[in-house]
Design a protein around this ligand. Structure first.
Ligand code: ATP
Length: 631
């Protein structure tokens, strides 16, 4: 056993001792990036299962583990061999399972909460200016809330889907489920007793980003029942990147809590560890050490002057070649397959990944954003699960796959239709001809638009077109749609967005599908939390990101702090710089071998001076790309 493994083993032991059913203890694990928090969690739980699982089971109890994403929950369940000693779920699923039996209390909570919100909105509306967008939106909200109150007593059961869209008058939304759970846990002693008697041990992964209302409720329960309930927090406060986590988590912990720490970083090479230690050192003391046999690793900062409207694709290509040279790792050359490219916003990945024309019109509609990113947007699954696989199978001449998709989704080969048909053989033949006609769109190397493909799919009856895409697929914007009642404003905007998106070349659908299923080379700074990659390129470009939550220009000293930043800093509150620093820590700490940071900036000199004076990089690690490009 080497010295670093011994250190993490002692944290494992300390945590394991807390999971004592007769004398439970709570704990907060202090551990930075790449320190194996998930491995620690799984190791101690597997040990618990072997040694004390039976006892827990005889008491009719389980250990609850809360994860940040469904993917993390599936991974942990798998590593615990789906053992029933544990209930592993996301905070939304866990909360819903706790509150769903209390239908009457949910109704009364909704009634009280809706009345309060309605009162606030009506007050704002009285003061608001008629005709503005905000006024119209409030009007809609008021109408919705009044209706909700009117219908409340007709609802027999509230419903909720933790993983999807919650429509319909019985449905609770995600934020409501969290608030209701936090309120019930804080206010109802019965609810607290149910929690601790069902789950005497509750462990939370990524606790820094777990909803603060709930974390606070769990803290309160732990305080009320210190000898009956163990709350265990895994996570890293430096990696808090969402706004709903508890800001001061880890500070002022109760005296009787255990505070184990892991200082080994098992993921990153030495140079990356010194960089992330430096980034972190401005905020807190937590210096990580590499494993004994860690590689040296390579880090470079490439500064690009964004005043000169740079050709970013070319620059990033050049940077990947330079990295291949600096690292002697030729895989850097194949930027789009062997390097993980992290952009701040999805539209930046869409532009670099070749699916911008499809993505941008839909992404600019607030109502479509979430569904577009998780692939559940109405119309999207039709494109990604029916159209794209059919086209791919056709183009690969895979008749078996074509037949499978057609049998599954096409009315032409629907078993009932075939049975009823007088000429089933003829119908199968016609189906084959339809598929061949569709394939002709790609004749002589052309790339049809997504709209052309959909129109032909509809004309040939290959698949039924989903209802929301019918107006987009069959009518051009100038066509008279008849004198039906006028559609609400937002509906037109959504149809227009789809119209614009479907004009893109078909292959953009492929690139988009790869992106949302995490198969592409691109990811966002926030989306790669918890992941790791051998070669990482972090693209920093505030101007292109168009966001307001993060400012790398300020973090890198290229832009002055605003009055609000200064006020926040003076008052000890969180500033945009703090948020950006943590995000920078997350992105840099994903690298297993080498790391390139590409900073587009309005003030290259200031960035260089700043990073050198902060000792984040040495002089020879900072590359002025403009000097390079003008050579
Ligand atoms: N004790 C260990 N010995 C060897 N390798 C380890 C050990 N613990 C973790 N690792 C490896 O180190 C890497 C980082 O582990 P993991 O992703 O669990 O860290 P983490 O603390 O969750 O990181 P982050 O917070 O940065 O996402 C993984 O590749 C993991 O397999």
């Amino acid at each position: 056993m080497n010295s670093s493994t011994e250190l993490s083993a002692s944290a494992d032991d300390e945590i394991y001792k807390c999971l004592d059913l007769k004398s439970p203890k709570s704990f907060f694990l202090f551990a930075g990036a790449g320190s194996g928090k998930t491995r620690t969690l799984v190791t101690i739980l597997n040990k618990f299962r072997t040694e004390k699982g039976k006892e827990l089971c005889l008491n009719g109890q389980k250990i609850a583990v809360i994860t940040y994403t469904n993917a993390a929950s599936d991974e942990i369940k798998r590593r615990l061999e789906f053992d029933s000693t544990f209930i592993v779920s996301t905070i939304h699923s866990f909360s819903w399972e706790l509150i769903r039996p209390f239908q009457h209390d949910i109704r009364e909570w909704i009634r009280k909460n809706t009345k309060t919100e309605l009162k606030k909105l009506e007050e704002e509306q009285r003061r608001g200016r008629a005709g503005t967008k905000a006024f119209r939106e409030r009007e809609e909200q008021i109408k919705f809330k009044r209706n909700r109150l009117k219908n409340l007593d007709n609802i027999s059961r509230f419903t909720y889907n933790p993983n999807g869209i919650n429509n319909g008058k019985e449905a609770l939304n995600h934020a409501e489920v969290i608030k209701i759970t936090a309120d019930f846990l804080s206010l109802f002693p019965l609810m607290q007793k149910i929690l601790i008697s069902s789950y005497p041990i509750l462990l939370i992964d990524e606790s820094q980003d777990t909803k603060k209302e709930l974390i606070e409720a769990f803290f309160k329960i732990q305080e009320n029942f210190p000898d009956k309930f163990s709350l265990g927090l895994f996570g890293d406060t430096m990696q808090r990147i969402y706004t709903d986590g508890k800001i001061d988590l880890g500070d002022n912990l109760p005296k009787d809590w255990a505070k184990p720490a892991i200082i080994t970083n098992y993921r990153c090479p030495k140079r990356v560890i010194t960089l992330i230690n430096k980034i972190r050192s401005d905020v807190e003391e937590h210096e990580q050490k590499p494993v004994d046999n860690a590689e040296d690793g390579v880090v470079r900062l490439f500064i690009v002057d964004s005043n000169n409207i740079p050709d970013k694709d070319l620059i990033e290509k050049n940077i990947s070649s330079l990295m291949a040279e600096y690292t002697s790792d030729s895989l850097w050359e194949s930027l789009n397959s062997n390097v993980k490219i992290l952009t701040l916003e999805h539209h930046m990945a869409a532009r670099r990944g070749g699916f911008f024309e499809f993505f941008e019109p839909l992404y600019s509609q607030d109502k479509l954003k979430t569904g577009l990113l998780d692939g559940n947007l109405s119309g999207i699954s039709f494109l990604t699960q029916q159209i794209l696989p059919l086209v791919e199978a056709m183009r690969a001449n895979n008749e078996f796959a074509v037949a499978k998709i057609m049998r599954e989704y096409s009315e032409l080969l629907d078993e009932e239709n075939l049975k009823e048909s007088e000429t089933p053989i003829e119908q199968i033949k016609k189906t084959g001809e339809s598929v061949d006609s569709l394939l002709k769109l790609w004749d002589s190397g052309q790339e049809p638009s997504l709209l052309e493909v959909l129109q032909l799919v509809g004309e040939l009856n290959i698949f039924p077109i989903p209802e929301n895409l019918i107006p987009v697929t069959y009518y051009s914007p100038d066509e008279d749609l008849g004198d039906d009642e006028e559609e609400p404003q937002d509906k037109d905007e959504i149809i227009d967005a789809w119209r614009a998106a479907l004009k893109c070349p078909f292959n953009q659908l492929e690139f988009y599908t790869d992106y949302i299923s995490d198969k592409s080379a691109f990811g966002t700074h926030q989306g790669v939390k918890g992941l790791e990659f051998p070669r990482v390129m972090v693209v920093i470009d505030d101007e292109e990101a168009r966001g307001f939550m993060f400012s790398y220009e300020k973090l890198f000293g290229a832009k002055d702090l605003s009055d609000t930043d200064i006020r926040n800093i003076n008052e000890g509150k969180e500033s945009g710089i703090d948020r950006t620093r943590r995000l920078f820590y997350v992105t840099c700490s994903r690298a297993e071998k080498s790391l390139a940071i590409v900073a587009y900036t309005k003030n290259p000199e200031a960035v260089k001076n700043h990073v050198l004076s902060e000792e984040w990089f040495s002089e020879d690690e900072v590359i002025d790309m403009n000097l390079f490009l003008s050579e």
